[in-house]
Write a protein that binds this ligand. Sequence first.
Ligand code: ADP
Ligand code: MG
Length: 348
Amino acid sequence: MTWSRAQLLRGFLAAALAAGVVSGGCIKGRALASGGLKQFDSARELMGTLVTITIWAPAQEIAREAGEAAFARIAEIESLMSRYRAGSELSKINRRAYEESVPISDDTLAVLGLALEHGRLSDGAFDVSMAPLGKLWKSAAGSGRAPGASAIEKARACVGYVNIALDEKKRTVRFLKPGMEIDLGGIAKGYAVDQALAELRRRGITAALVNAGGDIATMGRPPEAKTWRVGIQKPNRRSGRLPEVVLLTTGAVATSGDYERFVEIGGERYSHIIDPRTGMPVKSMSSVTVIAPDAATADILATACSVLGPKRGVELTAQLANVEVMYAIAAEDGPAVVKSQGFDKYVE
Ligand code: ADP
Ligand code: MG
């Protein structure tokens, strides 16, 4: 069995409604006046998920225009970075970058720069060149049989972020090995959320929250509230011990979890997050929540920390300013929780 887009969207929609983004005690969909500002919520299907935007603004027209511009910015990034569209910049890079240096947009340059930086920081746990492995496991799911060791080795030989040559001056990218392909699925949504928020800021909005299926960034805070209160997606029903809400002002949070997206092959569940070093999907059934100053960083690190596991993931985030991580690891009697030292600053 493989994941379908419709199933995914249903899942995200359910999660969005269940987890709920509660802001300043307001109910979703209702505009409450506060200090001259009102809350406006809108939602759109973009980047294969449900994107919701909450804006505090003095008037509906202001919120509507700013929200439209923010959604348009996300759509623009999707059209550059989608791996499902043959005409995307990403698809063009994947077709041509071994043959020649491919000129790229400022957005793709920024995303690849961040991806390579975090490839180094995470010692290759985060690696956007994992696409050949992603494809292999996806087709295995289609055929119902796990790939053999030699197929994994063959795909793994094409993987390695060190073989992505990014020229920041000429603004080009080139692959140094044949058979390479990149997949921005572990970063593009977070980046898009940050850019949507920047678009709102440019239009004079001072308090807003953007949520793309669990990649969330906030700006300012709702009037009369100290912080945004952001619901954390729970790995399963027996998650009583987990904190339910994190408190944020001008910061971001992302959750990666194999409870949500996985493939089943021969009765075994395999995550869509792959350890590029072994070529194997991440095994443990857990969810990883990362708090960071921006959503691109949170998105990347949630994936990286899923690969690294709790011990090395906590070590990685400890090196980074204003970054915290929480693991919820599935166990018989509800998930075991591992948190970085500062995580509880964000919990009620
Ligand atoms: P989502 O939030 O969409 O559920 P994640 O943020 O958890 O996804 O990222 C998972 C996606 O990232 C995968 O679908 C794949 O596109 C990509 N990916 C998987 N493993 C890695 C990895 N080790 N490094 C970088 N990207 C990865
Ligand atoms: Mg993510």
